[in-house]
Design a protein around this ligand. Structure first.
Ligand code: TXE
Length: 480
């Protein structure tokens, strides 16, 4: 049982009220930690610490010094990688192999990548006949980072690394459901001698600590990843204070499978896109659109592959599917499956809780579920479920596939599976989303723009986009 603390001004502190929140392991339902139930006063203290750091040595730090510190943080995470993977798996219910190979590996890569990116960053110079302009890049100040429970350290590091690289002070508010690796990151950062107050961590509920951070007048920018309805509230509150804002929200992404797709890569690819992290990734392809003449053959092979997935103890290195994030979230998923039945859908596989033994009997497990026969405009095919549930829909023409893919309020990502290169280009160009993968899924180069359109958010992260977000450009014009 861990008693986690906030990390403010270089010290590990409890909430001033002494109030605590319980943190449960979703695979067992057991309480594994407590976190401070922080609110406005802890956010005030963290923002003040951030401002003090900016007024002190951190505000005078050079790019080279900051990049070296980011590399040291990457080293610190890498040294504790096995322990952090175990913590992430315990906290989220995700398979430990996934936590090790994806979440923790990416956290190391994020710090290393942004150390390199900021070392190589350049600014512009615009010459006139009688003057010269040059652009200075300045940190925003204190930035608030609000992160969700599905990829806790992966997403916190994706924001903290560029924010620090650019010279900002950070106040991070991780999900109250998954606080463990954020606290471990604070320990790593404590060990690398970042000036006190540069990185602050405040645990607590979104409506309390999160809302206080978003509306704090001393915070210059907010980067939020989470649900679309929360994102709308965060966006409204941040805009009222004229804060720079990045919103990475939900998705209802299409997986578009043409009959000429290569089954050897398509089946494993679509399986990954459907069920990675129990379907709890904003990029997961939860609507599989299949060309009608390939539908039957695809479905029978897909079903076999889904039923062969190993669901079990997240701490077992062989497990491919673990627990959902919480009992409450499983109820939400179950509600959608019941709705699918009521809307006339056929459950091809899944649609129920697996029988788990021993301590896992209290876990939030759910079988991977494939549903056919639903109208494309049904709620289950339109709303983000964020769990191990996919719907499959036929299409006849390329135009219809594009229309079905675009026919949702979201616009985050899509994947297209075909051997026809010209069609791949046409369809990729016509999809109303921020990211398209062709014959692959979730292949990530950290330089490329990451983000969505429509209800999937505002702004882009990644490479130069992150460096642009966490800075403001100032132009200096000198008459010659
Ligand atoms: O996320 P929330 P929840 C989707 C998914 C899921 C739904 C709700 O569909 O079922 O969102 O999940 C903080 N001011 N995604 O409720 O509420 C909160 O403490 C400031 C998709 O868990 O969006 C946490 O740190 N902050 C998503 C963070 O916001 C607030 C990943 C996200 O929580 C706040 C997760 C407030 N008023 C869920 N209220 C993705 N895009 O990957 C909450 N928070």
């Amino acid at each position: 049982m861990r008693e986690l603390k906030n990390y403010i001004g270089g010290s590990f502190l409890p909430a001033s009220s002494g109030a605590l929140l319980e943190n449960r392991a979703p695979a067992t339902g057991e309480v594994i930690a407590t976190i401070p139930a922080s609110g406005a006063s802890e956010i005030d203290a963290a923002v003040a610490a951030g401002r003090a750091a900016l007024a002190g040595p951190w505000g005078r730090s050079t790019v080279a010094e900051r990049a070296d510190l980011l590399d040291a943080i990457a080293d610190g995470i890498a040294r504790r990688a096995d322990e952090l993977a175990a913590l992430e798996s315990l906290d989220t219910g995700k398979p430990v192999a996934l936590a090790r190979n994806m979440d923790i590996a990416r956290a190391v890569a994020n710090f290393r990548f942004f150390a390199g990116a900021v070392r190589h960053d350049e600014t512009g110079c615009h010459e006139m006949a009688d003057a010269i302009n040059y652009t200075q890049r300045r940190p925003l100040g204190v930035v608030g980072l609000i992160t969700p429970w599905n990829l806790p350290l992966y997403l916190l590091s994706w924001k903290a690394a560029p924010a620090l690289a650019c010279g900002n002070a950070v106040v991070a508010k991780p999900s109250e459901l998954t606080p463990l690796t954020a606290s471990a990151l604070a320990e790593v950062i404590h060990g690398v001698d970042l000036p006190a107050g540069t990185f602050n961590l405040v645990h607590g509920l979104g409506a309390e600590a999160g809302a206080a951070l978003v509306s704090h007048p001393g915070v210059a920018g907010i980067s939020f990843t989470g649900g679309t309805s929360t994102g709308a509230q965060v966006g409204a509150a941040a805009s009222a204070g004229f804060k720079k804002l990045s919103l990475e929200l939900g998705g209802k992404n299409a997986t578009v499978v043409f009959a000429d797709a290569d089954p050897a890569i398509t089946l494993p690819g679509v399986l990954r896109a459907s069920f990675t992290n129990q379907g709890q990734v904003c990029l997961c392809g939860s609507r599989i659109l299949v060309e009608r003449r390939y539908l039957e053959s695809f479905l029978s092979r897909f079903r076999t592959a889904v039923e062969a997935l190993t669901l079990g103890d997240p701490s077992d290195p062989g497990t491919e599917l673990g627990s959902l994030i919480s009992a409450a979230h499983r109820e939400k998923v179950e509600h959608y499956v019941a709705l699918a039945r009521a809307e006339g859908g056929t459950i091809v596989t899944g649609g129920s809780r697996p029988a788990m033994q021993g301590s896992l009997a209290g876990g939030a497990f759910y079988r991977p579920t494939v549903i056919t026969g639903l109208p494309i405009d049904s709620r289950v095919a339109q709303e983000e479920i964020f769990g191990p549930v996919v719907t499959v829909h036929p299409f006849d023409t390329e135009e219809e596939a594009v229309a079905l893919a675009n026919g949702v309020p979201y616009g985050l990502a899509a994947s297209v599976w075909t051997r026809d290169l010209t069609r791949a280009h046409r369809v990729a160009g016509a999809l109303d989303v921020g990211m398209v993968w062709v014959n692959t899924w979730l292949k990530r180069d950290l330089r490329v723009p990451f983000g969505g359109v429509k209800a999937s958010g505002v702004g882009r992260e990644g490479g130069a986009h992150s460096l642009a977000f966490y800075t403001h450009d100032k132009n200096v014009c000198i008459a010659l």
